[in-house]
Design a protein around this ligand. Structure first.
Ligand code: ADP
Ligand code: MG
Length: 318
């Protein structure tokens, strides 16, 4: 058994165009490992391919190419075991409106072959704060309640991985907090959590690792802390009186780039260096500063930087 909860290799998806509309390349060959025990965020703008990825894992969408393993089980070679090890809360709230929450969890448990004496219907309803609604028709539940019911439904077979696709859509703040409390509790007990979101702050607050996808491509995957470190980066642009042919020796300690013969771009990580040190180094090199400007980055900038790259094959971002 590998130490990854999920392993995705070269995953591609083409949605065939219908009624004369063109095919849509939704995933362009994604490689992604999600470590066991992580709280993993799959972040990306609408249309990036998050749900497509999740739905392939869930067996709801057929992939075009590539492979995926869930808890070590290949989704093609061992679909039953793969499915037994994952619980998925889909983005769309799909319901049989005439079942009560209690019935829905019982039916789901039956589908996963959980014997009646091992079912945890009552506990699950309690965990998602739906005991008072246990016997109400599901169609009478609010959006937030439905979402929480789907979380309970995803957990009936007690899988080691729980995936939540855009879980906070339509959930009000207070109930969102309850949802996160429950998810954090599951995580603390060892469940690997994967959530997709297009909200940066949500991923930042909850996830220990963040992958960013855009136009069906993975553009970043790193520990949240590391991603946030880039936020501490500042770029200083220095315009000089002198013309240079190379980066001066005195600046080699910094990440420096010669933009034009009289313009330098210096990246400084504010934890390690400051603008004063850079300016001192420039003076040490015997250079004269004509002008200087600084640019700070925040996570929003990084996200935009990573997701605003041109759409290479000219397809529309939906
Ligand atoms: P996300 O969940 O990141 O918002 P999706 O995975 O839902 O993105 O969609 C990725 C791309 O695939 C989008 O361009 C979307 O329009 C397209 N797409 C999704 N589902 C279908 C489908 N059933 N048929 C055709 N295109 C689809
Ligand atoms: Mg989606």
């Amino acid at each position: 058994m590998s130490e990854n909860a999920i392993e995705i290799k070269g995953l591609k998806k083409v949605y065939k165009g219908r009624h004369g509309s063109p095919d849509k390349l939704a995933l362009k060959g994604i490689d992604l490992n999600i470590p066991q025990g992580s709280m993993f965020g799959l972040l990306g703008p609408n249309g990036a391919g998050k749900s497509t990825t999740i739905n392939i894992l869930a067996g709801l969408v057929n992939k075009t190419e590539g492979s995926a393993k869930i808890w070590g089980f290949d989704i093609d070679e061992n679909p039953r075991n793969a499915r037994a090890n994952i619980g998925i809360v889909p983005q769309e709230l799909m319901f049989d409106a005439f079942f009560t929450p209690r019935e829905m969890l019982e039916v789901q448990a039956g589908m996963y072959g959980v014997p009646p004496e091992e079912r945890r219907t009552e506990d699950l309803l309690k965990a998602v704060h739906l005991l008072p609604q246990a016997d109400a028709y599901s169609r009478t539940l609010s959006g937030g309640m439905k979402r929480r019911l789907l979380v309970a439904k995803a957990m009936v077979h007690n899988p080691p991985i729980l995936v939540l696709d855009e879980p906070t859509a339509g959930v009000d703040i207070e109930l969102r907090q309850q949802l996160w409390d429950y998810v954090r509790e599951l995580h603390a007990r060892g469940t690997t959590i994967v959530l997709t979101t297009h909200y940066l702050e949500e991923a930042e607050e909850l996830c220990d690792t963040i992958a960013i996808i855009n136009h069906g491509e993975l553009v970043a995957c790193e520990p949240t802390k590391q991603l946030l470190k880039r936020v501490d980066e500042k770029q200083v642009i220095i315009e000089l009186t002198e013309k240079l042919t190379a980066v001066p020796e005195a600046l080699s300690a910094f990440s420096t780039e010669l933009l034009e013969d009289n313009r330098l771009a210096v990246k400084i990580n504010q934890a390690n260096a400051n603008v004063g040190q850079v300016l001192a180094a420039v003076q040490d090199a015997g250079l004269t500063i004509l002008d200087i400007s600084t640019q700070e980055t925040d996570l929003e900038d990084i996200f935009l930087q990573l997701t605003s790259s041109k759409n290479k094959d000219g397809q529309e971002a939906a």
